[in-house]
Design a protein around this ligand. Structure first.
Ligand code: ADP
Length: 602
């Protein structure tokens, strides 16, 4: 048991803290917290490399520049990162570093964190960064766990924590089913706001597995939710963006003064600029419109299990036509039993204490003793609409799934209230939850990082990716926990590697395994949809058609929009001119080193 100070504090709640838990999840959050700290043995390390100063500026000049910013924003809105790097946990996450770091703790850390209170103050911060050539890194909530959390890519960047002071829900429109939010609005907060206005029965939000991320942060990193709306970036409408020059723009209809369609028609007139602001480093989003889903008039969650690993291929070929024709209406998950067992929240040592992957016989015997029973794959889905409409779709699904020998429909009434199924059920009807991360407790000091390639929804592709993942992950000594997240015409395979972040060997093995997975998948023609900071250069490199033409285009945009290279250098593999050719890329060869050799002049 850890003696970290945060282990004994209560979970922060909404609305007191913008990133807090809503009251309806407080007990569950307290339990989750207890489980996290029960498995924590990692010591609180003293800081090793202080002060943190970004390359390209002398320490004294940097400290003077911070004083200047204090004068502009108020001293209380500029914090130097010189305290212990507390990892906290999901609800009390740090904004200075990645709480699930896969590198040495001191690698991807901020030098300071600033808290702007308005779009104008974001502009001020950006202009300040240009004046002093200081890299800045925007976060909305900073809970991008598995992808780098709140950490900046360039060590010593000044983190711009937008969420703490810019967390207003600017509009909820119950006629058009839209909202307009600032960066610090979490799914939890948006849901609470709908409830407070008596609108939660009327309109649904599309929440990710965990509701603590911000609506903006999740959309710009192209996260997904599990109602029929699913694709968050596709469902947004309208951005306000502070450019790396400090100018501010509104995209789509937002560019036409006084119009009332900003959240209704994302395109406006002219080129559709929004795309360059997702998975990039071209701007800081200060407002975003999001569409909300009308209550479909009923819903029914369902779950099927399938007995063999080899059922995956036939299953995917059944799912594809049903998904494309919208019989399967939501982004569904096909989860392997390993993750199913881990989702129960108990450490792996409950089942198996030897090193190396957990043997299938032990896994299956453990699954057999749970309410869901023995299986290899589980499909979690939801049918929407009034009963008679659901009945038609569910009957079709049932007859198709039963073509797989041994397919079983699980009767939800046999599942206890704390069963994982019910968490999926809530999320698929727009009610944010906090259960998902329970599988991270699988390892002591559990942390996770994902390999997430995109493929068609085809049996042959699923089988190839399954084989690749299983071989590589098990060879690295980890348990293989695949889940397929089925979009509309494509799916992402998500392979989460759960490692012990208190153990250097475990971290190194996880990273090496991911690098192998990325390279081998690319050689087979598969690329990732999203990734962790440490893999961005490698993955950007796999999208190299025509001598890296796409990256050359991105670099041109970067140099035009951000000539001083101050905004999130290196994010998504896009390096500004001042950094290029100086060894900043993180690759297998660079090992665990995240920094390059200096930066060029402005
Ligand atoms: P979450 O809100 O889900 O916790 P984060 O705040 O950690 O997500 O952001 C996820 C990623 O998206 C980060 O790497 C961050 O740089 C980028 N990002 C987040 N918010 C913004 C924003 N408002 N403008 C530009 N980029 C952003």
């Amino acid at each position: 048991m850890s003696f970290s100070p945060e282990a004994n504090s209560d979970v922060p709640t909404l609305p007191k803290v913008h990133s807090g838990i809503p009251p309806y999840l407080l007990d569950k959050a307290r339990e989750a917290k207890q489980d996290v700290f029960a498995g924590r043995t990692k010591a609180q390390n003293a800081r090793q490399r202080l002060p943190v100063v970004p390359q390209g500026i002398e320490r004294d000049d940097f400290l003077k520049a911070l004083d200047e910013l204090r004068e502009q924003l108020g001293a209380e809105h500029v914090e130097v990162n010189n305290k212990p790097l507390r990892d906290g946990w999901y609800m009390e996450h740090p904004n200075t570093h990645d709480m699930m770091t896969i590198l040495d703790e001191e690698e991807l850390v901020a030098s300071a964190v600033v808290f702007p209170g308005s779009t104008q103050e974001v502009q001020q911060v950006v202009r300040w960064a240009n004046k002093h050539l200081i890299p800045i890194f925007p976060i909305s909530m900073g809970r991008n766990l598995g992808y780098g959390g709140a950490a900046p890519r360039v060590r010593g960047s000044v983190t711009v924590d937008l969420g703490r002071r810019m967390n207003a829900i600017l509009d909820i429109n119950a006629e058009d089913y839209t909202c307009l939010v600032e960066p610090g609005v979490s799914y939890y907060a948006l849901y609470e706001a709908l409830k407070a206005r008596g609108l939660d029965e009327h309109m649904w939000i599309d929440t990710p597995d965990l509701g603590g991320g911000s609506v903006i942060g999740n959309a710009v990193d192209r996260g997904v939710g599990y109602t029929p709306y699913g694709d968050h970036w596709a469902c947004h409408a309208g951005l306000e963006v502070v450019l790396p020059s400090g100018e501010v723009i509104r995209t789509g209809m937002g560019a036409l003064p006084g119009n009332n369609s900003w959240q209704l028609f994302p395109y406006g007139f002219g080129p559709f600029s929004d795309g360059i602001f997702s998975q990039s480093n071209f701007g800081i989003v200060t407002q975003m419109g999001m569409t909300l889903m009308p209550n479909p008039g009923g819903y029914e969650a369902f779950m099927y299990t399938f007995p063999n690993d080899e059922d995956l291929g036939p299953l995917m070929d059944i799912i594809r036509p049903l998904r494309i024709s919208n019989i399967f209406e939501n982004v569904a998950q096909v989860r392997h039993v390993t993750q199913g067992l881990a989702s129960r929240g108990l450490p792996r040592s409950t089942y198996y204490t030897s090193p190396g992957p957990i043997p299938s016989s032990i896994l299956r015997a453990a699954a057999a003793s749970t309410p869901v029973g023995d299986h290899a794959w589980a499909y979690y889905g939801m049918a929407y609409g009034p009963a008679h409409i659901r009945a038609h779709k569910l009957a079709l699904i049932d007859s198709e799934f039963r073509r797989v020998p041994g397919a079983r429909k699980i009767d939800p009434s046999t599942l206890p209230p704390d069963e994982y199924f019910w968490s999926r059920e809530r999320v698929a009807r727009g009610v944010p939850d906090i259960q998902e991360l329970a599988w991270v407790n699988w390892a002591p000091n559990g942390a996770h990082i994902a390999f997430s390639p995109v493929s068609p929804i085809r049996g042959a592709d699923a089988a190839r990716l399954f084989e690749l993942g299983k071989r590589r992950v098990e060879a690295a000594g980890f348990d293989f926990m695949p889940a397929f997240v089925v979009g509309l015409r494509e799916m992402h395979l998500i392979v989460e590697i759960v490692f012990d972040r208190g153990d250097v060997g475990s971290k190194k093995a996880a990273l090496a395994c991911l690098r192998d997975l990325v390279d081998e998948a690319a050689a087979m023609g598969y690329g990732e949809y999203r990734t962790h900071l440490v893999l961005m250069d490698q993955i950007a490199g796999t999208y190299g058609w025509n001598d890296g033409a796409l990256m050359k285009f991105n670099e041109k945009l970067k140099d035009a929009l951000d000539p001083n290279g101050i905004l999130a250098p290196g994010r998504c593999g896009i390096w500004p001119k001042r950094y290029r050719g100086r060894g900043w890329e993180m690759t297998r060869e660079s090992g665990g080193r995240s920094e390059g050799d200096g930066v060029g002049p402005a």
